[in-house]
Design a protein around this ligand. Sequence first.
Ligand SMILES: [Zn+2]
Length: 210
Amino acid sequence: MHICYGYGIQANLDWKKTLGDQWRQYETVFPVLARSSIDQVSLECLHSHVPPDLMALLAGKDVMVGVIDVASDAIETPETVAETITNALRFVPRERLIACTNCGMAPMDRAIALAKIEALVKGAALARRKDMSGATAPRPPLTPPADVHARLARDGHVVVDATSLATLCGVHLADLAAWRRYWDDLPSDRYLRDGGHYPPAPPLVFRGAQ
Ligand SMILES: [Zn+2]
């Protein structure tokens, strides 16, 4: 299923201007899609205003991540493509992520379209190398401890570091660290909002859900 914000139609462009900095409509739609029998969801990512963390709500689906802007003739660099993919990998398991264009390229100049596809291929290879090396795996955005209760009530999930978790749970950090050796063998937890996709690094960052 391709979700499209549309291009080139004035009424559509005017509507987009009313959506604000963050397009959070997907927050309502994604959980419904996640419960459906649809296998793949395709969405615009590059230059889109959809908060990338919402992709975590598509647990269990293949996510076609738009890394090429089809509304611009500017050719993306492989680095830009890789950055968009790497960002999405924080919220989509690598085996579920398919890099693609934001939307169809039929109206584009053929040479530009081909150059963009070439950038997509090179960028995907670059992202794969970075992901395999683990060296550039970004840390997930952490929820400040003071905001945890409000964010849980609002979003239903938070990401906190080990120190904050120990404080929240009323345990010593050292006791929490004793669980660290089990980290690599954590099974998927389907009750978690993201389907149990634990970030590969760093250890002792726990993802929790209400
Ligand atoms: Zn589209």
